[in-house]
Design a protein around this ligand. Structure first.
Ligand code: PLP
Length: 395
């Protein structure tokens, strides 16, 4: 017997991954220089030199048994301390090592956080457009993911719809700012309004409603954009962070949970995460990588290419007639497709070797995602294809 739930998931494979695999096959036929693959959110800039130096230094100069040994189940204490210290300095918070749990990327962090604060049957709310893997992170715990329809005017929170969905079974609200796929950063006004609403609902329902704040793009915010630190506005916040995008190391699979120390039972949540790891077998993230990120805790890769790419694409695509809410960060853009059926639209783009992701899997119809984490020369070379695509729809 093989588990039916997972067999069913085989029929819901990631559209993003499938488009990426198609791009690899297509490159073998027409050459990679002729395929414009905007499908996958894989960083296009190098990890900081100091990260590689730290890896070499740790391997060469530290005790091999400790370096390659099992990490404690909550993470290496010195690493948890350096994360807490960095958050406190940057955001004026009061985290301690006890509030930090090391996880395998943001994916691992979210899967742990949701398990820690829900029982099967509880509800978790998120906002369209949303990262498609949320369905699996949440449903895999036995909790139920509820989706608030998109506010397509500016992709900030659709509060009227949120109020309709909130109920006594809501245990968490899962937000992602800066957002994949829209590139939008929630404003201070949005975060304040969300906090106020959830505080009132906590009183009404008589239990905590946690904000699970998925923040892998926290460091990729463009000049002048308001980027509030969610946890400083709402005590019951659990941050799920990843170094995948900030240090360009998605393959190293490292991230963390930071539970606001003012959150009720904050240390218990962290301790419980250690027990969840035991249960799901995703325990003890790689020691070497924990030690190396701790050495570059206040650094990022050189991220400015993403803003350069955003400017070029936003300006040119708007000129060609695409409707786009201008991204404030990340390396994603979410324009309106030129026909209602975004799958048909992306198939037309695919015929031009322009690989875009239809919006359906993000919980919105009629849009598409561009992951512009590609070299700028490639962006420039792709512009005539976007223009050609737009012309195909002009009467
Ligand atoms: N959340 C969002 C919004 C993402 O875009 C991603 C990855 O692309 C993740 C979570 C998972 O991050 P990680 O690969 O670090 O686990």
């Amino acid at each position: 017997m093989i588990n039916k739930k997972y067999i069913e998931m085989l029929n819901q494979k990631s559209v993003i991954r499938e488009m990426f695999m198609y791009g690899l096959e297509r490159s073998k036929v027409v050459g990679s220089e002729n395929v414009f693959d905007y499908s996958l959110g894989n960083p296009s800039v190098e990890a900081p030199k100091n990260f590689n130096k730290a890896l070499l230094d740790i391997i060469s100069n530290r005790d091999s048994i400790a370096t390659h040994g099992y990490s404690p189940s909550l993470g290496i204490n010195s690493v948890r301390e350096s994360i807490a210290k960095s958050l406190n300095i940057r955001f004026n918070m009061e985290y301690t090592a006890n509030d930090i749990f090391m996880a395998v990327g943001a994916a691992g962090a979210i899967a742990h956080a949701i398990r820690a604060i829900t029982e099967p049957g509880d509800e978790v709310i998120t906002f369209a457009p949303y990262f498609p893997e949320y369905k699996h992170y949440v449903n895999g715990t036995g909790a139920i993911l509820k989706i608030v329809p998109a506010n397509t005017t500016n992709f900030q929170i659709n509060f009227d719809e949120l109020e309709k969905i909130l109920n006594y079974k809501t245990m968490a609200v899962l937000i992602n700012t800066p957002n994949n796929p829209s590139g939008i950063v929630y404003s201070t006004e949005t975060i304040k309004r969300l906090s106020k609403l959830l505080k009132a609902k906590e009183v009404e329902y008589g239990h905590e409603i946690y904000i699970v704040s998925d923040e892998p793009y926290r460091e990729i915010v463009f000049g002048g954009v308001d980027n509030p630190f969610v946890s400083s506005y709402y005590d019951n916040t659990i941050i799920c962070y990843s170094f995948s995008k900030s240090l360009s190391i998605p393959g190293e699979r490292i991230g963390y949970i930071a539970v606001n120390p003012k959150c009720k039972n904050s240390n218990l949540i962290v301790e419980v995460c250690g027990q969840i790891s035991r249960g799901i077998g995703h325990n003890c993230p790689p020691s070497l990588i924990q030690l190396a990120v701790s050495e570059v805790i206040n650094e990022t890769s050189d991220l400015k290419v993403y803003e350069t790419n955003k400017k070029i694409l936003f300006e040119k695509l708007t000129e060609y007639g695409f409707e786009i809410v201008e991204p404030g960060g990340t390396f994603y853009m979410f324009p309106k497709a030129l026909e209602d059926d975004s799958i048909a639209f992306c198939n037309k783009a695919k015929e031009l070797d322009l690989l875009l992701v239809p919006s359906n899997s993000f919980g919105v119809n009629g849009y598409f995602r561009i992951a512009y984490c590609v070299p700028t020369e490639k962006v420039i070379k792709s512009l005539p294809l976007f223009e050609k695509l737009a012309k195909m729809y002009k009467k």
